[in-house]
Design a protein around this ligand. Structure first.
Ligand code: COA
Length: 260
């Protein structure tokens, strides 16, 4: 079934998912969230997808937030459902076992900042602007921004951003660890592809297990996270990929993970 609000293109194993509502700065309404759910679910089941790059259409916004026109109509029950649904979809993105990189090409506000944070890594153009301005609307984040932001930048910085609702320019976002790197707008696509390719040349099973160890382990007690790590380490040792990687090192050649 075709997508109304997303554009999808697989370029050499990298699936580009572009949120395509530029006239509304790619704001997330229920329909967009539903399509993101479908796109990431299908991507997770598609062997031709080795990694995902997520971006927004146009040159002004990644995503300027949840759709405020839709928010304006919500009562408490619908608001809770909306938040839980968004959290479910964003968790699905975070729990992908193939790398997901946000290509942040402008405003990443509210739900846009939350969506970028659900991705595994963020590359931003120098004109990108981050923020959680929900308090200005009499709201708080609903798509786990109050949980992911402090985990990424620390409690004090997160509270300042959440409570003031102020904009965070790209260079400051980089300094505080909210984004991995900042590049000129014309270099954004190339920088995201370079980052993904630097990951995709490694063992895909190991990359997947690394993502699981970090994503699940961060929310566990330290000892439980270590046990998870040891178990995933053991799983690596049960497969062909580890044999190929270690043999290639000993034979002084490049590993060929794709033949496994
Ligand atoms: N929800 C719904 N529509 C949005 C939107 C959002 N989050 N963000 C932008 N839009 C729409 C605007 O209403 C406008 O639509 P219109 O042309 O039909 O009036 C269009 O996108 C362009 O936005 P505009 O405000 O005219 O652009 P701008 O350059 O003057 O300002 C922003 C850009 C991002 C600063 C401003 O749009 C904004 O503050 N957006 C809301 C950010 C926010 O609070 N997000 C969190 C929501 S929980």
């Amino acid at each position: 079934m075709a997508y109304e609000h997303l554009k999808l293109a697989n370029e050499e194993g990298i699936l580009w998912i572009t949120i395509n509502r530029p006239d509304k700065l790619n704001a997330l309404n229920g329909a967009v969230i539903g399509e993101l759910d479908r796109a990431f679910t299908e991507a997770a089941e598609d062997d031709a997808v080795l990694g995902v790059a997520l971006t927004g259409a146009g040159d002004r916004a990644f995503v300027a937030g949840a759709d405020i026109a839709e928010l304006n109509t919500l009562g408490p029950e619908a608001a809770r459902e909306f938040a839980l649904r968004g959290q479910e979809v964003f968790n699905r993105i975070e729990r992908m076992t193939r790398p997901v990189v946000a290509a942040v090409n402008g405003y990443a506000l509210g739900g846009g900042c939350e969506l970028a944070m659900a991705c595994h890594m963020r590359v931003a153009s120098s004109n990108a602007v981050f923020g959680q301005p929900e308090v200005k609307l009499g709201l708080i984040p609903g798509f786990a921004g109050s949980q992911r932001l402090p985990r990424l930048v620390g409690k004090g910085r997160a509270l300042e951003i959440l409570l003031s609702g102020r904009n965070v320019p790209a260079d400051e976002a980089e300094r505080m660890g909210l984004v991995n790197r900042v590049v000129e707008p014309v270099e954004l696509t190339g920088a995201v592809v370079d980052l993904l390719k630097s990951i995709l040349r490694n063992g895909p099973v190991a990359v997947g297990h690394c993502l699981e160890a970090v994503n699940y382990g961060l929310d566990m007690a330290f000892d439980d996270g270590c046990l998870l790590e040891a178990t995933l380490f053991a799983l690596c040792a049960s497969g062909e990929e580890m044999k190929e990687g270690t043999a290639a090192f000993l034979e002084k050649r490049k590993p060929d993970f794709r033949r496994n």
